[in-house]
Design a protein around this ligand. Structure first.
Ligand code: GLA
Length: 384
């Protein structure tokens, strides 16, 4: 059964009626631009063909009921749970967070029944939470006839995650889940939220993106993420700029010289050089030179490993093995401390690269990785 069919079947089973509609939103990988979003910088994600689907229908009053195939559990909440942040926890907290954020922004949110099914793996760094938020938001906006254009939705979904769920993430994942276009990467300025859809036709170039799930246990993700964000904000204050995005690459050495310690200098160097790599990648893609972006991906990985210190041995092993097996470029994608690696490969070479990573894992005694090739898909949409 497809994920959309599972959502409809789940709805039927739980509520004994068909849904009024189904809304889908994708997971994402980030091609380049890591930990730049909350520094008001630049990112270049694209949406995955893996999606989360919300089947939904209105229900009377200010009450919401949501079932997920993941746990088989149904969670109910009402106005009391969405007047203050954090009252609904676990996976349903993302759903309640969207209701909370909409209400807080002044929208009259319709009561609703929802059934959620998903192909986006959890905890793999592919933004399953943003996919859930975006699918639920699309459903509630349509069911309630709310005047909330797609461009304004990522900020609201991010608020749900930051304030209701309590995860201090940037705006990349929600923007990808909502605004991506099939066949394109999303060049996003995280300060202005301006986007440019950059054609990213891997097949025409005889290339593929292999996504390798390290299957490494996520270690200290929340605390380490918040710590990185904190160092960046402190550094921006020390440099007297609104955000690290305002440190130009050609002034980097001056800026570094003004910072008090080596760790802060490394964090800043990552963010500033990573923004530049996003620009350089976009330039190459605009010139249809996809195969040339490999070294930028590798440089991004090195910077995340050595300067930002967010990789783990499984991730570094996957990148090294992919490159040794002939990948044109490879890097960790997402927040770090586990999750996925993406590798740019010749289309007919992806099995060789994937097998090389599997072998390297076996040699190191790591849990076997899993992999898939992906093409850029569309953002959130109503299915029917
Ligand atoms: C996570 C966050 C994003 C972004 C990335 C790192 O995915 O949700 O906002 O900061 O990490 O680039």
């Amino acid at each position: 059964m497809t994920v959309a069919d599972r959502a409809a079947a789940g709805f039927h089973q739980v509520y004994a009626e068909p849904p009024a509609g189904r809304w889908a939103a994708p997971g994402r990988v980030n091609l380049i631009g890591e930990h730049t979003d909350y520094n008001d910088g630049f990112v270049l994600p694209f949406a995955l063909p893996l999606r989360t689907v919300a089947a939904a229908a209105p229900q009377p009053g200010e009450t919401w009921t949501v079932w997920s195939e993941l746990t088989g559990e149904t969670v109910d909440f009402g106005a009391a749970e969405v007047t203050a942040a954090g009252r609904v926890t676990g996976w349903a907290g993302y759903v309640a967070g969207i209701v909370w954020a909409l209400r807080e922004a002044g929208y009259r949110v319709p009561g609703a029944r929802l059934a959620i099914a998903s192909d986006v793996p959890l905890g793999a760094g592919l933004s399953s939470s943003a996919a859930l938020e975006a699918a639920v938001l699309a459903a509630l906006v349509d069911l309630g006839g709310l005047d909330l254009p797609a461009e304004a939705q990522p900020r609201l979904a991010q608020r749900a995650e930051n304030r209701y769920v309590g995860a201090p993430t940037g705006i990349m994942d929600q923007s990808a889940a909502i605004r991506c276009r099939a066949g394109h990467a999303l060049f996003l300025d995280c300060r202005t939220e301006q986007v440019e859809h950059i054609p990213f036709d891997l097949a025409a170039a005889g290339l593929a993106i292999l996504v390798i799930d390290s299957n490494a246990p996520h270690r200290h993700v929340g605390g380490e993420y918040a710590a990185r964000r904190n160092s960046c904000e402190k550094a921006a204050a020390l440099l007297d700029v609104p955000a690290l995005r305002d440190v130009p690459t050609d002034n980097l050495d001056d800026a570094l010289a003004r910072l008090p310690d080596d760790e802060t200098r490394r964090r800043v160097r990552h963010v500033v050089t990573e923004n530049q790599r996003v620009y350089d990648t976009v330039d190459l893609l605009r010139a249809r030179q996809i195969q040339q972006i490999g070294p930028l991906l590798v440089a991004s990985h090195t910077s995340m490993r050595d300067d930002f210190a967010i990789t783990v041995p499984e991730i570094d092993t996957a990148v090294e093995a992919a490159l040794a097996a002939g990948a044109l470029g490879a890097r960790m994608t997402g927040g770090g401390f586990g999750g996925c690696v993406l590798a740019l490969v010749e289309a007919d070479h992806s099995d060789t690269v994937a097998n090389a990573v599997t072998d390297a894992y076996a040699r190191r005694g790591f849990t076997a990785p899993t992999h898939t090739t992906v093409t850029p898909a569309a953002g959130a949409t109503r299915l029917d």
